[in-house]
Design a protein around this ligand. Structure first.
Ligand SMILES: O=c1ccn([C@@H]2O[C@H](COP(=O)(O)O)[C@@H](O)[C@H]2O)c(=O)[nH]1
Length: 235
């Protein structure tokens, strides 16, 4: 898998996305999430793919197993590289997602890697206790979801950098640890709670980093991306 930093294309529509991508000369690894997909649908995925960029389709599916299986079967035809579900949907749901992905991938095409979200990087241990009524520590909860995800046969998880090393030790190096919540040193955290720098992420066991506002909100996004790459690749 491409290990370039994944840029979160959290934009309201195609015009903004194409304006952003047009500033770059190289092929990127980008993330299309809910904000963009809800506006532009599969068309934007195909258009970004046509430009030669790798794509993480971050729709975080979470529903009954049959619904997720059918939805994933439809998404499989888009030719993306990475897709996801919520681990909280359970083992049967994740197995259904994998079956749907396998069934929907056209013959001869490469199947996307499937990962599951553990605890969102905007969550704190206190909020998890108060709002989800989970009695475990946050790290234990993330590890539990990672192990459940592995048992379901998926390829890895979305977690924060803070849990990446423990997941690597428990689930193996091949099991992907995809980590959002990446900020440059001293950068604004916004709504993120479990954050780390790109070099910290590499040192602490991330397989892939997801970076949104630190790049998309920069005065010079190409320069900001290069700085993220330099830190990520330095270690
Ligand atoms: O736990 C999660 C899962 C997904 N995300 C997504 O990653 C990006 C992060 O954007 P920033 O601007 O760098 O904060 C965003 O698209 C989220 O939907 C996450 O942050 N945490």
């Amino acid at each position: 898998m491409n290990t370039k930093p994944i840029i979160a294309l959290d934009f309201p529509g195609e015009k903004e996305v194409m304006g952003f991508l047009g500033q770059f000369e190289e092929k990127l690894f980008v993330k299309i999430g809910m904000e963009l997909y809800m506006q532009e649908g599969p068309t934007i995925v195909r258009k970004v793919k046509e430009q030669g960029h790798d794509i993480f389709l971050d729709l975080k599916l979470h529903d009954i197993p049959n619904t997720v299986k059918s939805a994933m079967k439809g998404l499989a035809g888009l030719g993306v590289d990475l897709v996801n579900v919520h681990a909280a949907g359970g083992r049967m749901m994740m197995e259904g997602a994998l079956e749907g992905l396998e069934a929907g991938t056209p013959a001869g095409a490469k199947r996307a890697a499937l990962i599951a979200v553990t605890q969102l990087t905007s969550t704190t241990e206190q909020r998890m206790h108060d709002e989800q009524k989970v009695a475990l520590s946050l790290k234990e909860s993330v590890l539990h979801y990672a192990q459940l995800t592995k048992q379901a046969g998926l390829h890895g998880v979305v977690c924060s950098v803070h849990e990446a090393q423990a997941i690597r030790e428990a689930c193996g190096d091949d099991f992907l640890r995809v980590t959002p919540g990446i900020r440059m040193l001293g950068g604004e955290a916004h709504d993120q709670q479990r954050i780390a720098t790109p070099d910290g992420a590499k040192k602490d066991g991330s397989s892939l980093i997801v970076v949104g506002r630190a790049i998309t909100g920069a005065v010079n996004p190409v320069k900001a991306y290069q700085e993220v790459c330099n830190l990520w690749e330095a270690n």
